[in-house]
Write a protein that binds this ligand. Structure first.
Ligand code: C5P
Length: 228
């Protein structure tokens, strides 16, 4: 088989992007972090005052202004990763903040937002040779993907990873706050009406609660080699 499509879905902070990135670089595939796209739309809404202080999203205004949202992934030579650009501004750091994390699941439950982003994602993957991670990749974006993974891990393990990551980035957060956010996002993401987070029937469930990075990568690389 030639180039394939690899869809990696799962709960928040299961380490999807770390594995997806490494897999893409090993296979010489494109890597797309779809969470970054939903986060960038959320940042746009915050910048425009479309989300109130109390966290209410003015859906009609956001839908109206969606055509003003231009997203781009730009390779960063220093980090070897891609940075998310929102309307030609590098927002890679800002989109990872708790301020965005607190609102993103509400924004990503909006039908028009999903339609716009799914279309872009399908276009990026039309020639295959892509590893995409998110919540609905194996179910909605690429239901025909040759390899689908569904990553899980216990909420406390996930929150601990995320907490460490945020501290390393210099964010002032507490562990209980991060755990609450991870659980809240999972709840909203799994119960929304449109494209809820759910395991595709043909996805391999992968619980990495007690697995180091190296072991995870080796196992997942093995799955990929069997299909390619
Ligand atoms: O992957 P990450 O945790 O950065 O995603 C942030 C949020 O974006 C998720 O909690 C979810 O609400 C939304 N998302 C989504 N569909 C995707 C990717 C992310 O709804 N394919």
């Amino acid at each position: 088989m030639g180039k394939i499509t690899i869809a990696i879905d799962g709960y928040s902070s299961t380490g999807k992007s770390t594995i997806a990135k490494r897999l893409a670089s090993t296979l010489n595939y494109i890597y797309v972090d779809t969470g970054a796209m939903y986060r960038a739309v959320t940042l746009f809404a915050l910048q425009q005052g479309i989300i109130s202080e109390r966290g209410e999203v003015d859906e009609a205004t956001l839908i109206d202004k969606l055509s003003e949202v231009h997203l781009k992934f730009v390779p960063n030579k220093e980090t070897g990763k891609s940075d998310m650009f929102l309307n030609d501004v590098n927002v890679e750091k800002e989109i990872r903040s708790m301020k965005v994390s607190r609102q993103v699941s509400k924004v990503s439950a909006i039908k028009d937002v999903r339609e716009k982003l799914v279309k872009i994602q399908q276009e990026m993957g039309k020639d295959k040779g892509i590893v995409m991670d998110g919540r609905d990749i194996g179910t909605v974006v690429f239901p025909e993907a040759e390899l689908k993974l569904f990553m899980t891990a216990s909420p406390d393990k996930r929150a601990a990873r995320r907490y460490k990551e945020l501290l390393e980035k210099g964010e002032e957060v507490t562990y209980p706050e991060v755990l609450k956010n991870v659980e809240e996002r999972d709840r909203i993401d799994s119960t929304r009406t449109i494209s809820p987070l759910t395991r595709a029937k043909d996805a391999i469930e992968f619980d990495n609660s007690d697995m180091g990075l190296e072991e995870q990568f080796e196992r997942i690389h093995e799955f990929a080699k069997r299909v390619i």
